[in-house]
Design a protein around this ligand. Structure first.
Ligand SMILES: Cc1ncc(COP(=O)(O)O)c(C=O)c1O
Length: 484
């Protein structure tokens, strides 16, 4: 591992300089330290907090790295001008609740297309940088699987998929207090296939599917392609779907199923509190309505504890819970899964009918990676990297974007949902940014009614290299011009 300030220090040192960082952040939060102010000198703070000068220096360097402080040669550290600790989060949009046909133009395909182009700054698709993925270790595991199980890794493994991987997934559910046997899990080709199988299983053409608003655009695309109707339920940027709005919809409409991303929603970053999840499951169960949940970001929490999932509150087998290793390990492996409660048999039939099987080699390699403990160790590093990247992006956006910009404050995952001043059209931002080889996702893609016109989503799955920082500055220039 390259030597970075983080790993040069013992955990005790790190604890100390984290404390110093928190002390400074607290002073900024309270307004004691204002943008442009000089922060206490290394010597003074080391004396008053009774820590070494090196510890204070390390804390200041870390805050500089995050864009909070700025070092001035021969002069010391200053609070970055333009940093506004009270970064407002996006406002919820209240709208009328009507089921809609979804109609996407070519914009949907374009977002994927530009995300394949390495010359375009990677803020469009919600994807992690491969630099953060344990590719070498996974390659070693893959080689070893081929050497030990050559035929098995190249043969069909019909649904539900490889037992060794399903067993590892069931162990992860056990850590969440959920008893799900390997037999209740079906391996899929990514979470996208899992969601597609789930929708095919619980609804048909013309049916109404309740979704959060904003919602991940591939979910809307699936609803479009299956000829279903999307019912967008107002959602809070912090706590997810509004249960009051949902109750109203349930009382007035014939809803066939609901689909949510309860943990670190894409794009809003919202995290449904556990009590909220329980209530949601109970409201739907009372009416015998299946709930499809997508937990692809659940392992990427920034706090101390992994959030639970709706499935933890499912007493009637009505929750179909899907996820994948695409955001945490290897998007190209296309390894995902679903546990479908009482819909298990129907899901299996759909899986068999539509794709026969998912690739064996990847399932075996991921299964080994999990079994050996490497996955959990990797997640510790990954969560830390995403947290720092997201934090830094928030500070940079707060500093560079026009006044009135509001930014989500996700407690996990790696995307930011940015509300721009009202007059700015996200499609203009998208088009102009693309001309400068910068990708972003325009907000209107996250609604069938195209209502998030002044919103954009920024992917922070990539480390802040000087090139990426420059691209973000350029993007800010474009947005400021459009705002003028
Ligand atoms: C909420 C959500 N679900 C599913 C996916 C896709 O997952 P996969 O690549 O495993 O199909 C994404 C990717 O952006 C996502 O954000």
């Amino acid at each position: 591992m390259p030597s970075t300030p983080e790993n040069q220090h013992s955990s005790r040192d790190r604890f100390k300089y984290d404390q110093v960082s928190h002390y400074i952040m607290d002073l900024i939060d309270k307004g004691t330290l204002k943008p442009g102010d000089r922060v206490p000198s290394l010597r003074k703070l080391s004396k008053s907090l009774k820590v070494s000068i090196a510890t204070v220096n390390q804390a200041y360097l870390t805050l500089e790295e995050k864009g909070v402080l700025k070092a001035k040669p021969q002069s010391g550290f200053y609070v970055h001008t333009g940093i506004n600790r009270e970064i407002a989060t996006p406002k919820p949009i209240i709208s009328t609740c009507q089921p809609r046909k979804v109609r996407f133009g070519q914009l949907f395909e374009e977002i994927f297309e530009i995300s394949n182009d390495a010359s375009i700054a990677p803020f469009a698709a919600a994807r992690p940088s491969m630099e953060l993925m344990p590719s070498k270790a996974l390659m070693r595991e893959t080689r070893s699987v081929i050497a030990r199980h050559a035929q098995e890794s190249m043969d069909y493994c019909f649904p539900p998929g490889h037992e060794r991987l399903r067993h590892q997934i069931s162990l992860r559910y056990a850590e969440l207090g959920l008893s799900i046997a390997a037999e209740e899990i079906i391996i899929t080709s990514g979470a996208t296939e899992a969601l597609s199988l789930a929708l095919q299983t619980v609804a048909r053409r013309g049916d109404i599917i309740a979704v959060e608003s904003p919602t991940y655009f591939s979910v809307l695309r699936l609803i479009e392609k299956m000829g279903m109707l999307a019912l967008e339920i107002d959602s809070d940027p912090l706590t997810g779907v509004s249960l009051d709005a949902l109750e109203f919809a349930l009382d007035t409409m014939d809803i066939s199923a609901m689909l949510v991303v309860p943990n670190f929603n894409n794009p809003s970053g919202s995290l449904m509190p556990s009590s909220h999840k329980r209530q949601l499951v109970s409201m739907l169960s009372e009416r015998n309505i299946p709930l499809i949940e997508d937990d692809v970001y659940g392992d990427l929490y920034f706090g101390n504890e992994r959030p639970d999932i709706c499935k933890c509150h499912d007493e009637q087998g009505l929750v179909l819970s899907a996820s994948s290793f695409s955001k945490t390990l290897a998007p190209g492996f296309r390894t995902g899964w679903i546990t479908g409660g009482r819909f298990h048999e129907q899901l299996l039939e759909w899986k068999q009918a539509t794709s026969s099987a998912s690739p064996s080699l990847q399932q075996l390699a991921v299964g080994e990676f999990l079994r050996s403990g490497q996955y959990d160790r990797h997640l510790v590093r990954l969560r830390k990297a995403f947290k720092a990247q997201v934090e830094k992006a928030r500070f940079m956006i707060a500093r560079l974007f026009p006044e009135g910009t509001r930014i989500s404050d996700p407690q996990g995952g790696f995307v930011l949902w940015v509300e721009l001043p009202r007059g700015i059209n996200c499609f203009d931002v998208y088009t102009e940014a693309l001309q400068h080889h910068i990708g972003i996702t325009p907000g209107m893609l996250f609604s069938a009614t195209r209502k998030f016109r002044n919103y954009i989503r920024i992917n922070c799955g990539f480390p802040w290299t000087p090139e990426n920082e420059q691209a973000l500055e350029q993007l800010a220039g474009i947005i400021n011009r459009l705002n003028a």
